[in-house]
Design a protein. Structure first.
Lengths: 301, 301
DNA sequence: CGTCTCCATAACCTGGCCGCATGGACGTGG
DNA sequence: CCACGTCCATGCGGCCAGGTTATGGAGACG
């Protein structure tokens, strides 16, 4: 009988939580989806795995039998994947569009010197995933920005801090200023990405610096082009890392340094059970970016 | 990283065959599908598993690493499934729409006596699967008809033979006859099911009794209703088991016994590694149908 | 008895998988 | 040397599985 291993992870999570809703939340899927998937698994097995009640889900006898055997299977599969990848001497690295940027190249070449014969496979993550593929274990290591959802459960090493600036339409009243204080911007609508939640949301909307001022959402955008378009069109503003202007400069958008918000930290993060190649990669990240941490200031004036 | 276990079986088959086309045939999928699935697996792993050439596929180093680790994972999963099912004391039994028919009930009750507390979960197979779920390992045991594709690789026990008859539109010239010889029907078009191939096709089209006479296909039907409809509509005829009239009698269709074709055998078949419950079930099948084998004739006149 | 929590269901939408038909690369035999 | 056969890759259209939102029903609890 064939199943997606994802379904097995679902099952394990439900068994562990004893609660569909909580498991759904932990797995970043909706509760009805879990319901359906679980029913599917049960019907394929021809066996009821949980007894449902209004207080939660408890394993049946058959469910216990399965719950005991699924984790070794998953562990075996994960090990097979890890070892296959290390045999190929390929290190997959996830990265956010604007995480390490110019440092990335240096890191990759440094890693190439440290482990000759290895290849680095850079995978850009979609905007919707601040973990850059780490959460889904698509990559064992990633370059990303702190804080991100679930950062407690991974290895994390901060590489450098970068102040933030604000992207304004060039017609904005504050567009000509050399710098602005965040309090001046608290009432402007903001442009956001679809999956802005948790600490990630809090950070990029600077919720803690708003003193309770309501956030007005000017637009929700899926891709960088739309994002910049929405700002240029005057639908709102957005906080971005200070390096953004280097990569996304447009005549109709002005980037102004912002004071009064915490800087954004660029970090390398890795899966808990990562191998030696990952450790080496982390070491390269630290080495290559060392100059940044000492050399430049991490806050605007 | 998550994959469907089916994909792992695909990979194992390709590695074993060293040839996409042959593996595709063995797995009952098209070759392009395998190509795409394999590419998908490779891209998820970020690793090339085979080197392609015009002579076939050979494993890379990484491919070898994976090929060594996949079979234990699959074995572990299959064992988990087996044990979960046996814990629940549920025996799943596949059956063809018209395989054992009236004997089925007796078999199930006999099994219930032999293993109190167990439940039998009867699963009717679609027409397209003459193995009744055995080939896909959806069930560990099935009631079906011989011969079926791949019957060498399963345990098989013939239960009884049943002569065949022909389904004719009531307006057919031979419809009034008490019986017909198959040679009289060789030039009539036939109604077939979609996935009629291999020995299964040979049996139900009676290819060996045609002496090279071409088969004309009158219609291809998906469901029993269409099937009977096509015959009633005069689009062709079809060989069916002698018990069919008991379950599908219609005023516009006449069933006439046919001589000159081999009888159809009803059998119970099981997976090679099935457990004790399956053995008991097989025993019940044999016991319950014993009278048939001695009591009635297995050929018309 | 209202309310809250938790699971099931319905309706809908999208992306992936499958099959068919076809293309391109390579080896092979006349 | 060319024609052909074999084998894998690709493009296209149809379909199903899985996801999401919105809503319903069943218990627990104050």
């Amino acid at each position: 009988m064939d199943v997606d291993t994802r379904l097995l992870r679902y099952f394990a999570a439900i068994a562990e939580e004893g609660n569909l809703t909580r498991a759904a939340h932990r797995l970043f899927v909706s509760q009805p989806s879990l319901t359906k998937q679980l029913k599917h698994l049960e019907s394929q097995l021809g066996v009821r795995l949980f007894t449902r009640s209004s207080t939660g889900m408890t394993l049946t006898e058959a469910g216990h039998a399965l719950a005991a055997r699924v984790p070794p299977v998953l562990a075996g599969w994960d090990a097979a994947v890890r070892e296959t990848r290390s045999t190929a001497r390929v290190l997959r690295v996830g990265f956010l569009a604007s995480a390490a940027n110019d440092a990335t190249q240096g890191i990759v070449t440094a890693f190439g010197r440290l482990r000759p014969g290895w290849r680095v496979d850079l995978r850009q993550a979609p905007w919707s995933d601040p973990t850059a593929g780490l959460a889904a274990a698509e990559v064992p290591v990633a370059l990303l920005r702190l804080p991100f959802p679930g950062h407690e459960s991974f290895g994390v090493r901060t590489l450098f801090s970068e102040p933030r600036c604000v992207a304004l339409p060039s017609a904005h009243p504050l567009a000509g200023r050399p710098s602005v204080d965040f309090r001046e911007l608290r009432d402007d609508p903001v442009i956001v990405a679809p999956a802005l939640e948790g600490t990630w949301r809090e950070h990029w909307l600077a919720l803690s610096e708003r003193d309770g001022h309501e956030v007005r959402v000017g637009a929700v955008t899926e891709h960088p082009d739309e994002f910049l378009g929405a700002i240029a069109g005057g639908h709102g503003i957005a906080l971005v890392p200070a390096s953004t202007p280097h990569f996304h400069s447009r005549p109709d958008i002005v980037y102004v340094p912002v004071t009064g918000v915490s800087p954004s930290e660029v970090a390398v993060a890795w899966l808990p059970d990562a191998g030696e190649a990952v450790c080496d990669f982390v070491r390269c990240c630290v080495d290559v970016t060392r100059s940044r941490r000492t050399g430049c200031d991490t806050r605007w004036g």
